[in-house]
Design a protein around this ligand. Structure first.
Ligand SMILES: Cc1cc2c(cc1C)N(C[C@H](O)[C@H](O)[C@H](O)COP(=O)(O)OP(=O)(O)OC[C@H]1O[C@@H](n3cnc4c(N)ncnc43)[C@H](O)[C@@H]1O)c1[nH]c(=O)[nH]c(=O)c1N2
Ligand SMILES: CC(C)CC(=O)C(=O)O
Ligand SMILES: [Mn+2]
Length: 493
């Protein structure tokens, strides 16, 4: 049979292995078996001719996310329009032992969609229907391509919203697959707490509902928790085609504020004390002085350039006043000042848009660079130590590393703007990132609170779980995907 060779044109790139402390080229990992014309034709039969593309521009667009990980294009991109098509593509790839990579909105930060072993990228964004909203039960069901902003626009007149808010307008099933969260997690939890059920296509094309068909209960004791097995599985165990999500009532009133501190210790101590007092914060986000400076420039703001907290209170007007007063006292006790209140909706939206755009503000500090981001999360009482030590690591390494954090969850990020083509630079920031993660792990924390493992944190996962823990995960993977077709090379080596 005639075989067409689809070469993977991958820019010279490096992948760092700290186990062996050396660099090796991603290109080596990219030498993959060619796809047959027959397989491409079968794909066209399943999803339609117009939904299969081998154009280089389309492949490159699907071979990278928003991070510094170098583009690794799939050999072909297929666009699915129904669960039957997703199932057909999975069955085909499984029969032919071809890698299959689910693709949402491509906003991930750990190289989760990069096709490091070639294969078929399955873009599911055309499956974008909001299937049901049950306002009386506070839940809804969406197809995988619906984004969080589309859902919230749709819900606008219901008095309900879906609060999980990664800065990007990500697909809701991509968010399930990375266990995403954001600035509202301190009040509403992460994707884990807000997904009730999912329809998932398995590697061999079978379709399951993780909590049983049409189940949408607040609680369940029925069998194993398959829903939470798939949340955070990063496309390695199945393709999520629908999600049933919890909704929440829009609070009666909200007010936001910014306040600043002399040093980062004071800002983070304030956070810990506020939470320990049991104040039900709607949001509490930390930005260091480098981030504030970047925001001022990018978002045209005039905040004092100092370590700061962005706060939000919500609830009844009376509870807002009471809580804001207590927090004000704690801020003052820690030497904080310069409270700026945002009461009307436009002012509040501007403040949170500034926060959500921070990645782009920080990237503007070094135009042309890409973000390498850290994501450690620790028990709240250990947060001050990890933040302060991390700042020292950044300063010692002499790199640009703005810090921002969902500190109410014990989670924060450093964004390093890096030149993707400079291995020395990547190694320098990687070393800082590993030191931070090891410290967090030592202090009962995790290397990733919300971005996932992808390509970038596989060795840290081994550290976090130990060999037996990883072995159990690999046994699960082997059971569910015996031919290893689903997003190979992610989460584990
Ligand atoms: C500016 C900005 C700001 C933020 C963030 C990004 C950016 C660009 N993020 C990260 C990102 O938005 C988050 O990881 C999303 O969950 C990714 O969703 P996508 O749909 O883009 O998945 P994307 O397409 O990038 O895929 C990510 C992973 O999920 C898998 N996948 C995607 N769809 C799937 C499906 N239907 N079934 C199975 N697997 C699937 C992919 O294979 C891949 O492994 C983030 N995150 C966060 O948690 N908190 C934050 O604060 C932010 N902030
Ligand atoms: C670190 C990032 C790039 C995005 C993020 O998670 C955030 O802004 O909170
Ligand atoms: Mn974040």
């Amino acid at each position: 049979m005639f075989r067409r060779r689809l070469t993977n044109v991958v820019p010279a790139a490096v992948k760092f292995s700290h186990q062996h402390n050396k660099f090796f080229s991603v290109e080596a990992a990219q030498r993959v078996a060619p796809l047959t014309d027959g397989l491409v034709q079968s794909l066209q039969r399943i999803v339609g001719n117009n939904n299969v593309s081998q154009a280089m521009a389309v492949r490159e667009q699907h071979g990278k996310d928003e991070s510094y990980h170098v583009c690794a294009p799939p050999q072909v991109v297929a666009f699915a329009e129904s669960v039957e098509q997703v199932s057909g593509v999975a069955r085909l790839c499984n029969e032919h032992r071809v890698p299959l990579i689910p693709f949402g909105s491509g906003t991930g930060l750990e190289g989760g969609i990069n096709a490091i072993k070639g294969g078929v990228c399955l873009d599911v964004m055309k499956m974008d229907k909001i299937l049901a909203v049950h306002p009386e039960d506070f839940d809804c069901q969406v197809e995988c391509g619906v984004t969080r902003k589309t859902l919230n626009n749709y819900l606008r007149d219901t008095g309900l919203w879906f609060p999980i808010d990664p800065g990007a307008d990500a697909s809701l099933c991509g968010m399930c697959s990375t266990s995403a969260s954001g600035t509202n997690a301190v009040r509403y939890g992460t994707m884990r707490e807000n997904v009730m059920n999912m329809e998932v296509v398995l590697a061999d094309g079978r379709v399951i509902d993780t909590a049983g068909k049409d189940r949408r209960t607040r609680k369940t004791s029925a069998g194993y928790n398959l829903t939470n097995l798939f949340v955070g599985s990063e496309g390695t165990l199945g393709i999520i085609t629908k999600a049933t999500l919890r909704l929440h009532g829009i609070p009666e009133s909200s007010v936001s504020a910014v306040c600043s501190f002399e040093d980062i210790q004071a800002a983070v101590d304030t956070t810990v004390q506020v939470l320990q007092c049991g104040i039900p914060m709607a949001r509490i986000e930390f930005l260091d002085e480098v981030s504030i400076d970047a925001c001022n420039k990018y978002s045209n703001m005039d905040m004092r350039v100092a370590p700061s907290l962005f706060l939000e209170f919500s609830g009844s007007p009376k509870s807002l006043d009471d809580n804001a007063e207590i927090v004000g006292e704690i801020v003052k006790m820690n030497g904080g000042s310069d409270f700026k209140w945002a009461t009307d909706v436009d002012e509040r939206n501007l403040l949170w848009k500034t926060r959500h755009d921070i990645l782009y503000a920080c990237m503007a500090l070094r135009p042309g660079c890409k973000p390498y981001s850290t994501d450690v999360c620790v028990p709240i009482s250990n947060l001050p130590k990890v933040v302060v030590e991390s700042k020292k690591y950044i300063d010692e390494a002499g790199v640009i590393g703005p810090m921002v954090g969902h500190v109410g969850d014990g989670n924060f990020h450093v964004f390093f703007p890096v030149d993707q083509s400079n291995p020395d630079e990547i190694k320098t920031v990687h070393d800082v990132s590993v030191k931070m993660a090891l410290l967090a792990q030592e202090l009962d924390g995790t290397c990733t609170g919300e971005h996932g493992i992808g390509l970038g944190k596989r060795e840290l996962l081994l550290k976090e779980f130990g060999e037996t823990g990883i072995e159990v995960m690999q046994q699960l993977k082997q059971t569910m995907d015996p031919n290893g077709i689903l997003n190979p090379g992610k989460v584990f080596f």
